[in-house]
Design a protein around this ligand. Structure first.
Ligand code: FAD
Length: 478
């Protein structure tokens, strides 16, 4: 521990955003980096408390990849940045992703958070890895020997990428199959560029190429290519295809034009930004429209930020849950992730948020285009409150009510893989093995809709399980 009294002397200071009026003019990232000296002072606030809940000791709450947060806070405080990135990489393959888009459960479980503001862990993590890239400290880690084993990974989101990087470093021949044109899964096509610039993914893909990962993009396993063939040609396969089946809202009027899933809308903008698609008749744009986003989570926020950047006239977000409390009762919630009112950067940019609202039907015009939502307020048990009906103008409705499971048709069906009660691929989080011979699974496909940091954890742990199975032992971290 660098400075015993740091937390008594220094107040929390975190990254700020560029003003909304500036940032909505483009799709660029907009946080303002903290100066190095400020970051060092912030790192000195870490108390190195006896039980660092932040890095999830013994399955307590905190960082799912078990980042050794007090250790690298200490290194940053002392200015030992190069050692800090070594430490950070020992638990997390892609800290530049989590340093930008993780909700930071570590900060909620920071011991300082009981009586004060938590350490700015996420910003420090991001600064360590950004500095390391800038200084060329991040190099390919090539395996010395080849094991002669061939592994296929299907799905190139954070789970597939993490598993691929771990396994190639262990000396295996790793093939990563992806149905989309580019690597990254939801990092690439779901999460908007203003939250995560895609150059961060490209840089990691470059590192992984140098380490020996063989990428197969535009390859839809189970559709273009038989999964059984892949299975026969590899010593092990990992299913990391995510949870792509979105929750629908099957109410009257659902078939009107202009009602779309969030994931029909968001990927188009990311593809437009990188020149992957040009104008097409199926183009979805919020420009000049009254937009209603149904669903209050991360995906809903991303729809808001994207609609605002496209020039929507108005954006309203509907949430069926009641508004959460403004502040948590820390003595009751800590070290868990507390339910409290949070305002995302996109919500801050200009949206009308409505809570306890149920949409009962859509109304359209004679051309079949959606024009209105018929809504009603609900009580805390979701019972409609009679007399509270109201209508909302809408030219574009974006459904972002979460994802219910992976898609079963094709790859999973052909493998006859067992599913759990929620229709995710069945495997435990110790050996990640499915019921099928030579088949493992990780990430949202196993766990259900979750977070990038969990996908990285699952990819790493699954890689270890596969390595141990193939080699009889493993040096990959748990
Ligand atoms: C809009 C949106 C915003 C989000 N924002 C955040 C956030 O801010 N912070 C956060 O932590 N989490 C966020 N999440 C959640 C996070 O992105 C996911 O939990 C995470 O990406 C899951 O990783 P994964 O590798 O398991 O799957 P995915 O990222 O879903 O990747 C799966 C990949 O498998 C490919 N694939 C599927 N089937 C096949 C097949 N048969 N053949 C070949 N390829 C296949 C898919 O094309 C995809 O590329 C967000 C999710 C969405 C939808």
């Amino acid at each position: 521990m660098g400075k015993v009294t740091g937390f008594l002397e220094v107040d929390r200071q975190d990254r700020k955003y560029r003003p909304a009026s500036d940032r909505v003019r483009n799709y660029k990232e907009f946080f303002i980096e903290l100066p190095e000296q400020t970051l060092q002072a912030q790192a000195s606030r870490c108390m190195d408390c006896g039980i660092p809940f932040c890095h999830d000791v013994k399955g307590l709450k905190g960082c799912p990849v078990n980042n050794q947060i007090p250790d690298w806070n200490d290194l940053v405080y002392k200015g030992e940045w190069r050692q800090a990135i070594r430490d950070l990489h020992s638990t997390n393959n892609f800290p530049e992703f989590t340093g930008r888009i993780c909700p930071a459960p570590c900060e909620a479980s920071c011991t300082l958070n009981i009586t004060d503001d938590p350490v700015t862990i996420k910003s420090i993590e991001c600064a360590i890895v950004d500095k390391a890239w800038k200084n060329d400290w991040i190099l390919p880690q090539k395996a010395n020997d080849s094991t002669g084993k061939k592994i296929g990974i299907i799905g190139s989101g954070p789970a597939g990428m993490a598993a691929a990087q771990q396994l190639v470093r262990a000396g295996h021949e790793v093939h990563l199959y992806e149905k989309n044109h580019k690597i990254g899964g939801l990092l690439r096509y779901g999460i908007p560029d203003f939250k995560l610039d895609k150059s961060h993914i490209d840089r990691r893909v470059g590192q992984m190429l140098d380490e020996g990962v063989i990428f197969h993009t535009d390859t839809h396993i189970g559709v273009d290519f038989s999964v059984k063939k892949i299975l026969n040609n590899h010593d092990a396969i990992i299913l990391a295809g995510g949870a792509e089946k979105a929750r629908n809202l099957p109410i009257q009027g659902r078939n009107f034009n202009g009602i779309h899933y969030a994931m029909d809308f968001l990927p188009q903008q990311n593809r437009r930004n990188c020149g992957e698609i040009n104008k097409s008749p199926d183009e979805l744009l919020a420009t000049g429209k009254n937009v209603v986003v149904i669903g209050g989570g991360d995906t809903g926020s991303d729809c808001i930020g994207t609609s605002i950047r496209q020039g929507a006239v108005s954006v309203t977000q509907l949430e069926i849950m009641p508004p959460p409390p403004n502040k948590e009762e820390k003595l009751v919630t800590w070290p868990n992730w507390p339910l409290k009112m949070r305002t995302s950067s996109s919500q801050e940019e200009g949206t009308n948020r409505e809570f306890s609202v149920m949409t009962q039907s859509f109304e359209g015009d004679i051309d079949g285009n959606v024009k209105k939502l018929h809504c009603i307020k609900v009580d805390d048990d979701f019972n409609p409150i009679l007399g509270s009906e109201f209508q909302l103008k809408a030219d574009l409705v974006l459904l972002s009510m979460g994802f219910i499971s992976p898609t079963y048709d094709g790859m999973l069906e052909d493998l006859e893989v067992n599913l759990d009660s929620k229709n995710n691929v069945l495997a435990n989080d110790i050996d990640y093995k499915t019921n099928c011979k030579k088949v493992w699974t990780a990430g949202d496909m196993r766990r259900g809709q979750s977070l990038v940091v969990w996908a990285i954890r699952e990819g790493r742990q699954c890689a270890r399980a596969v390595d141990e199975y193939l080699m009889g032992k493993t040096l990959l971290p748990r």
